[in-house]
Design a binder for this molecule. Structure first.
Ligand code: MV4
Length: 505
């Protein structure tokens, strides 16, 4: 039995993991860097240890120090969350060698899936469809020409040690092939210390759809259905939803079976995600497997009722899954929006700083996985994501309207955040119709990034100004941006748009 878990992470995911531990009666050990002394995860945990300076390499990536603290504190397991050491096979191995349970898959499964060429070969053996392309690493110029002869242009050159879009190169013209190969190889070498690359046929306008997997050590493997993750910007997911409006029940079933086969062939244990590309003709291809808990896991929790973190802990304690595939159904619809401390209207410029005021949405079907509070300073050292808004609705339309309402209610002052940008996505016609693919943000940039004052921001500002005007009593009218406020004859506030305001002031 696991009685005490060290969380080798920070931010919202550390808080999220501690919540499930508390429900299970498991004590928790937080670690924190200099910048995180006052962080929320430290407050939630039963005990907390300082790990080192703010930069990740000296704190949340310091494997030996983390294991040392686990031993010192008497933790029997380590949960790595996502990012940091979560997909580091050496860390998983070191934990196990130190007699500490790594809550995640085996080091072997992490290594295998971390090497994208080996992962591809393994999937081919298991009968899971992969994108047409090279079976081995690209050996040289002759070899790459042969591959492209066989599959045709355009192709995409990917780093075997890469993943998540890092080190990819699209090749449309034959003349670009060799220069792109050289570039891809040197980029892979400098980014991953390994120049090995492979080639795939380029799938134009694909959907990114992933399946959540749970597997115990007795060979029981189930999937918890899909997550549609096509709303991305520079390989960062922005909005995720489930069910995918693009899948049919028949395709969902076939992809779910393929995802389970993918997990079984590597004797996978724990929670994992099998990513697929799906083309416009409903062909699906294995892309990669993420061997960790993912940011977007809550939408699956909402639509299946399963607490994925509790399942991870149960599996890591050696328990069999308490349900089979036939016990699982998807109910209703769930959407997640990632809120980041960035300015979406200024090229997503990071916006760290002190949160002066925060007012979170609430009510039926709303879940906030966050770690910020009033007075908290968002540090510049880590990922800019500060909060996730997750909604559930009986239908997709209800979930979208609920998300709009939640984003409207969410007020964060002191720093710039992405809430207004996310509201625009919820109002976008193509998104509302469920007709979008991985090019969505690029295709709708004009609309999504257009500079105009958002309704929610105006309402909030107007309310503050009206209160201020009541307070000062002398001010009868005030102009702000495109709007103005003025008292009516009956002493009530009236709003004017820009044109009216200019006429009257
Ligand atoms: C592709 C592709 C088209 N064809 N592979 C980007 C992230 C990484 N996991 C793989 N990615 C892609 N691989 C082939 N053969 C297009 C992408 C891609 C993409 C994939 C999912 C979500 C967003 C994306 C944005 C640009 C490119």
């Amino acid at each position: 039995m696991i009685k005490k878990v060290l969380i080798a992470n920070r931010g919202e995911i550390a808080v999220r993991i501690i919540r499930s531990c508390r429900e299970l009666g498991i004590r928790t050990v937080a670690i924190y860097s200099d910048a995180d002394r006052a962080s929320m995860h430290v407050r939630h945990a039963t005990e907390a240890y300082h790990i080192g300076p703010s930069p990740s390499h000296e704190s949340y990536l310091n494997a030996d120090k983390i294991i040392e603290i686990a031993k010192l504190s008497g933790a029997d397991a380590i949960h790595p969350g996502y990012g940091f050491l979560s997909e580091n096979a050496n860390f998983a191995r070191k934990c196990n060698e130190a007699g500490i349970i790594f809550i995640g898959p085996s080091a072997e499964a992490i290594t295998l899936m971390g090497d994208k060429i080996t992962a591809r070969q393994t999937m081919i053996q298991a009968g899971v469809p992969v994108v047409p392309g090279s079976e081995h690493s690209v050996a040289g110029e002759e070899n790459v020409n042969e591959i492209v002869q066989a599959i045709g242009l355009p192709v995409i050159i990917k780093a075997s040690a890469g993943g998540g879009g890092k080190g990819m190169r699209l090749v449309r013209e034959a003349s670009e092939l060799i220069p792109s190969l050289r570039l891809a190889q040197s980029e892979a070498l400098s980014a991953f210390g390994n120049s090995t690359v492979y080639v795939e046929k380029y799938i134009d306008s694909p959907h990114h759809i992933e399946f959540q997997i749970l597997a115990d050590r007795f060979g029981n493997t189930v999937h918890l259905f899909e997550r549609e993750c096509s709303v991305q910007r520079r390989h960062q997911k922005v909005v995720e939803e489930t069910p995918s409006p693009f899948l049919t029940p028949e395709l969902r079933q076939r992809m779910g079976e393929a995802a389970v086969a993918a997990a079984k062939v590597v004797a996978y244990e724990g929670a994992g995600t099998v990513e697929f590309l799906v083309d416009a003709n409903h062909n699906f291809y294995f892309l990669e497997m993420n061997t960790r808990l993912q940011v977007e896991h809550p939408i699956t929790e909402y639509t299946t009722g399963i607490d994925i973190v509790k399942e991870q802990i149960s599996i890591a304690s050696g328990m069999p899954l308490s349900f089979g595939q036939n016990n699982l159904t998807q109910f209703g619809h769930s959407i997640e929006c990632r809120i980041s401390a960035e300015d979406p209207f200024n090229n997503f410029m990071p916006s760290p700083g002190v949160i002066r005021h925060v007012s979170q949405p609430n009510g039926l079907g709303i879940r906030i996985d966050s770690y910020v509070y009033e007075g908290y300073e968002v540090p510049m050292y880590y990922d800019p994501m500060i909060s996730k808004v997750i909604v559930w609705g009986r239908t997709r339309d209800e979930a979208i309207e609920r998300m709009r309402r939640a984003l409207f209610e969410y007020k964060i002052d002191g720093i710039k955040t992405s809430t207004a940008f996310l509201e625009r996505i919820m109002r976008n016609k193509s998104f509302k119709n469920g007709i979008y693919d991985t090019h969505f943000i690029d295709m709708h940039g004009d609309e999504l990034f257009q500079r105009h004052t958002d309704e929610s921001a105006v309402c909030a500002d107007m309310a503050i100004i009206a209160a201020y005007m009541d307070y000062t009593s002398k001010i009868e009218k005030i102009a702000m941006g495109d709007y103005s406020l003025q008292r009516n004859g009956d002493n009530r506030w009236k709003e004017y748009g820009l044109k009216k305001a200019v006429q009257r002031i």
